[in-house]
Design a protein around this ligand. Structure first.
Ligand code: CTP
Length: 405
């Protein structure tokens, strides 16, 4: 997406360097529009180097492409950080005496501002009135925070941290197409105990399922995340007021938790890697070598959880299965997935190729998404969050006719 970052003349401009980095890192095309005053704090080459786009403050540059309005027209989001009292006043009055001003007047995209000024200026009735005007116009405001200000003062007026501004900005770019939709997601890998210290497990980190939960919540869903043995750092991405985490260990616990979560869910996503077999006997005491010989471990099959969920599917519920395959070709991958989709009866099957070096524990993923006729409805490759976006797009599409009923 195209994001314009307006930077105005406050000391907090140095923090917007990090903001621009975060937005570029999130995959967006960022154009920085500083005011002349802002360039006294951070120079033009810094903004150009970080954004990989040309930077100017003047409405008279690039006139052939009507840059003074083109930037605003082409923007999907405009962020002003820091927004000084002066720029806030100019925005409220609609003054367009620089490139940032014309860009703001020419845009129909959402606008987010991060005010930064001294506490007295923030509290001044003029600023209060201007902020009120901007709010009424639908401008989004993040901060200011209370804390230490330039010159040793403290109070309200400090620009919030760049991470918080980036989060607010990215939230504005996320569609709210799952508003109020209940989604149950399983993630991670189950562990089937042999004795109190050993288990049969798998290499699933839970990252893909956690990314699905986080992206669904960002799009407005109310999520139950059934988390099988996911480490705290991976689970941290799922910290969101609309995500309830239910930790589980074994396939049996995961089956119970998903059965509960599925009761009132419109979408059920089985991203967890579930053990197909578990030890027939779990020893109360640690198995030792004292008995002599190599123990033979008898296994019994675990119930197919997703098949159980499909057999109890509510009217209008979309059920999504995952498959990790080790095929020799793309044709074989899709063919195996097609058979699995038919066998499991899921509405959507997300299939990815895994191997010693691929899929598990890594940050990226590449998937094919099959519809209920076994056809490939989408493919996606990228970060696990990007793959989550594609899976949720497919869920939104599958839910659409069911929600209209
Ligand atoms: N699954 C499940 N219960 C199980 C095993 C798997 O619900 N006991 C779900 C997984 O969460 C996933 C889908 O079924 O959504 C496919 O998992 P996979 O292990 O690929 O399927 P299997 O039926 O075990 O097929 P395979 O013989 O290829 O292992």
């Amino acid at each position: 997406m195209n994001i314009v970052v307006g930077v105005t003349g406050g000391i907090a401009a140095y923090k917007s360097v990090q903001l621009v980095r975060l937005l570029v890192k999130a995959g967006h095309d960022v154009t920085v529009v500083p005011t002349d005053d802002a360039l006294r704090f951070v120079g033009l080459p810094t903004w150009e180097a970080l954004s990989h786009n040309p930077v100017t403050t003047s409405v008279h540059d690039d006139v052939a492409r009507v840059r003074h309005v083109a930037l605003g027209q082409g923007a999907d989001l405009v962020v002003v950080a820091p927004a000084t009292a002066n720029t806030i006043a100019k925005m409220a009055a609609g003054i367009a005496d620089n490139l940032l001003g014309t860009t703001l007047l020419a845009t129909e995209a959402p606008v987010l501002i991060a005010p930064a000024m001294h506490a007295e200026m923030w509290r001044h009735p003029a600023t209060t009135a201007n902020i009120g005007t901007l709010r009424d116009r639908g401008v989004h405001i993040v901060g200011p925070a209370v804390g230490e200000l330039a010159g040793g003062d403290s109070g309200p007026g400090r620009m919030v941290e760049p991470e918080e501004i980036a989060e607010a900005a990215l939230a504005l770019l996320t569609p709210r197409d799952l508003d109020g939709v209940r989604i149950a997601v399983s993630a991670g890998g189950t562990r089937e105990p042999l004795d109190p210290v050993r288990y049969l497990g798998n290499r699933s980190s839970g990252r893909q399922g956690v990314a699905l939960a986080a992206e669904a919540a960002a799009r407005g869903a109310v999520v139950t995340l059934v988390a099988a043995n996911i480490s705290a750092d991976v689970l941290a991405e799922a910290r969101h007021p609309s995500i309830a985490v239910v930790p589980v260990g074994t396939a049996a616990e995961l089956a119970d938790a998903m059965a509960d979560a599925a009761v009132d869910a419109q979408a059920v996503v089985m991203a967890a890697a579930v053990a197909d077999y578990r030890p027939a006997v779990v020893s109360d005491r640690k198995l030792t070598k004292e008995g002599g010989g190599v123990p033979a471990i008898e296994l019994v099959e675990t119930p197919d959880i997703v098949a159980g969920l499909v057999s109890r599917r509510r009217d209008g519920q979309v059920i999504v299965g995952f498959a990790a395959e080790t095929p020799q070709s793309e044709e074989e991958l899709v063919e195996r997935a097609r058979r699995k989709q038919q066998r499991k009866g899921v509405d959507l099957l997300v299939v990815n190729e895994v191997g010693w070096e691929r899929g598990f524990e890594s940050a990226g993923n590449a998937v094919h998404i099959l519809g209920d006729g076994g056809e490939v409805v989408a493919t996606a490759e990228g970060t696990k969050r990007e793959v989550a976006t594609a899976v949720l797009d497919a869920i939104v599409e599958a839910l659409a006719p069911l929600r209209r009923r």
